[in-house]
Every structure is written in structure tokens, then in C-alpha cells.
Design a binder for this molecule. Structure first.
Ligand code: CA
Ligand code: CA
Ligand code: CA
Ligand code: ZN
Length: 351
């Protein structure tokens, strides 16, 4: 299934060479300016619950106006382009968005819309990481200006590369950068490549990369829903509710899910996206356990991401699970660590 699905399937790779990642200070920069933008509330299927929305060849009227929201666009450099502290939208097939007043009010048919979505959601993801303590009480995680190209790739595919350290969003079906879960999925790869240069050097590490990126895409969206009070009307475990309407027929439309039943080793296929559903289910169970135990989803995300610093570039499931367990034990104590171990055991991953 997922291997046959085009969007954020296929490439989505991180090269095995180390990226040079300057660590920037996490202080607020008074030089940055705040703009205004219109974006989707994660994605319009998730915010409306309407599984019948379709792309209609990128038509403006395919998505009702009430599924857009006007937001602050933070950390811009004030140049009038979508260039800022944590994101730079480098160029695009269409007209690069420009506003002398930093006002970016597009609809989905406009070239600027995906550029604005990419800027907003990557900035949002970096702000979320910092709110967890990364770059503050914890080491920084990809705390640099992320380069992004939108709609450069003609096919229905998006990917992150290490050389140059950049994300590219494709435009097949629903434009990939119209779905925050796809945008942040790719940023998840950049996060892991920044934490462990060359991450993904084995099939299991590659599957962990896809799993974490799916999980991170969903988690950043859920945190934004809470932060801004946006509606969420689809199942939280569904990844890319909107992008996937172009290539899935079953309802609800999901590229992949975080709550599947796959287990190691029986369900391994050798395809990293498909096999990632084993790992992402474990992350999802850790999250649910942490919420139950009072650590919250933010506690789960902090531990999950902090643990990744100690993953090897070609880690196995077992080694990465052990590292996550040890981080949980150190950060959150025995009860939490036991829940982490149980989540991996339930997937057949023992250590
Ligand atoms: Ca579009
Ligand atoms: Ca797409
Ligand atoms: Ca979703
Ligand atoms: Zn990916």
C-alpha cells in the first residue's frame, strides 16, 4: 500500500554524508518582523471533517473559505520575501511571494499559497521544538534557516536532502505543501539529519526516519490546533488527510496511519515507508501512555526527540528502542520507561 502511494513516498531520502549545521543561539531576535498570512488549519480535510473534498485541478473553490485562517507569520527578516530566521523559501516554479507589508493572503490556486504554507509550518515546527526546550535547556535541533523549494519537482513527491541541506515540495495531485502534515514530515527528516548526520543508513533506520517524520507531522499539527484553538474533525492518527485524497479511495483518506497493527519482524517488507508504520505505532503508543501518566504529549515528544541524538546513522529498531528507553528512564523515571519498553514490545521490538 504505502509504497504504491506517490506523495512523500519514493524518494524522501537523507544522504549519508554529514551536513554542516551551524548551531545558532536560541535568543529572540528583535530584528525579525511579523507578517500576516492565510493558511490551512493543518489541512482542510482535518479541519472540516469533509472527506469528499477534492483537488479539482488546484481550483480556489475546491476548499471553502472557512477552512482558511489568518495567522501571524513570525520571524520574517522584513525583506518582503518569505525569508526568515528558521525558513527561507528559496525559489518556486511560480511567482515568488512578495509583499512590502509582509501581508500574504493567498488562496490555494495562487502560487504563493504553498510558499506561505511552507514558511508558516516550518517556522511553527521549529518554534514547537524550542518550546519543548531544544536550543534552551536541551541541545538545539535543526536550529538554522531551513532552505525550501516549493513546486520545483513536477511529480507527486517531496523530499529532503543533505547536500544541499534543503527540502523540496512537489505538486502532484493536491500540492504537497497544502498539507501541513506533509510539510512537517519533510522537516522531520531535516530534524533527524541535523541530530544525526547521515541518519537513515540502514533499512531500519530509514523506516525510523519515515515513522518519526509521520509522527512529527501529526504532532506539530495537533500542538498547533491546541495553540490556536483550531478544529480537528478527523482521526488524530491519520497522516496527510488532504494530500492523500488524490491517491486513496478508502475513507478516511490517509497516506499512512500512526495506529496500525504491524509488527516486527513479521510485517517487514523492505520498504521504509511501509515498515515505518511499525515504529510510528510505537511512538503513538508512547504518546498515549505519556498522556495517561501525566507527562503529556509534550513530554513524549521531548523524550522521543531527545533520544534521537543517541541513534546511530544506521541504527536497528532494537538499538533505537533501547536508546529511547534509556532517555525515558533518565528524563521521566521508571514508570514512563516501562511504558516505552511496553510500546516497543507490543510491536515485536525487544532489547
Ligand atoms: Ca495549490
Ligand atoms: Ca501531492
Ligand atoms: Ca491528520
Ligand atoms: Zn519521508
Amino acid at each position: 500500500m504505502p509504497s504504491a502511494r506517490p506523495a512523500i513516498a519514493g524518494v524522501c531520502f537523507a544522504a549519508v554524508t554529514a551536513a554542516t549545521l551551524p548551531a545558532l543561539a536560541a535568543t529572540d531576535d528583535p530584528a525579525t518582523s511579523t507578517g500576516t498570512a492565510r493558511v490551512f488549519m493543518v489541512n482542510p480535510v482535518q479541519s472540516s471533517g469533509n472527506e469528499s473534498l477534492t483537488d479539482q485541478n488546484d481550483s480556489a473553490t475546491a476548499v471553502p473559505a472557512r477552512q482558511y485562517v489568518t495567522v501571524a507569520l513570525r520571524n520574517l527578516d522584513g525583506s518582503g520575501t518569505l525569508t526568515g530566521k528558521w525558513v527561507a523559501v528559496q525559489s518556486a516554479t511560480g511567482k515568488p511571494a512578495y509583499s512590502a507589508t509582509n501581508t500574504f493572503l493567498f488562496n490555494r490556486h495562487d502560487d504563493g499559497f504553498e510558499q506561505v504554507m511552507a514558511y508558516f509550518w516550518i517556522n511553527q515546527a521549529q518554534e514547537y521544538l524550542q518550546s519543548l526546550g531544544f536550543g534552551r535547556t536541551l541541545p538545539p535541533v535543526n536550529e538554522q534557516q531551513q532552505l525550501v523549494k516549493v513546486d520545483q519537482y513536477g511529480g507527486d513527491n517531496s523530499y529532503q536532502t543533505d547536500k544541499p541541506f534543503r527540502i523540496r515540495y512537489g505538486k502532484g495531485g493536491v500540492d504537497d505543501a497544502e498539507d501541513a502534515e506533509v510539510i512537517v514530515h519533510e522537516y522531520g527528516h531535516a530534524v533527524q539529519a541535523a541530530q544525526v548526520p547521515g541518519f537513515g543508513a540502514s533499512e531500519q533506520a530509514g523506516a525510523i526516519g519515515e515513522a518519526f517524520s509521520d509522527y512529527f507531522g501529526v504532532s506539530v499539527g495537533l500542538a498547533a490546533d491546541l495553540q490556536y484553538g483550531w478544529p480537528r474533525k478527523t482521526d488524530a492518527a491519520c497522516v496527510a488527510d488532504w494530500d492523500s485524497v488524490s491517491y486513496t479511495s478508502e475513507v478516511p483518506h490517509c497516506l499512512r496511519r500512526l495506529d496500525g497493527a504491524k509488527r516486527f519482524p513479521a510485517d517487514m517488507t523492505g520498504e521504509v515507508h511501509a515498515d515505518g508504520e511499525i515504529w510510528s505505532r510505537a511512538l503513538w503508543d508512547i504518546r498515549r501512555a505519556y498522556v495517561r501518566l501525566g507527562f503529556g504529549s509534550r513530554g513524549a515528544d521531548t523524550t522521543i526527540i531527545d533520544a534521537q541524538f543517541s541513534f546511530g546513522p544506521g541504527t536497528s529498531f532494537a538499538a533505537a528502542a533501547r536508546a529511547t528507553y534509556r532517555t525515558a528512564l533518565h528524563r521521566d523515571g521508571r514508570t514512563a520507561a516501562s511504558a516505552v519498553r511496553a510500546a516497543f514490545r507490543a510491536r515485536g521490538i525487544t532489547f
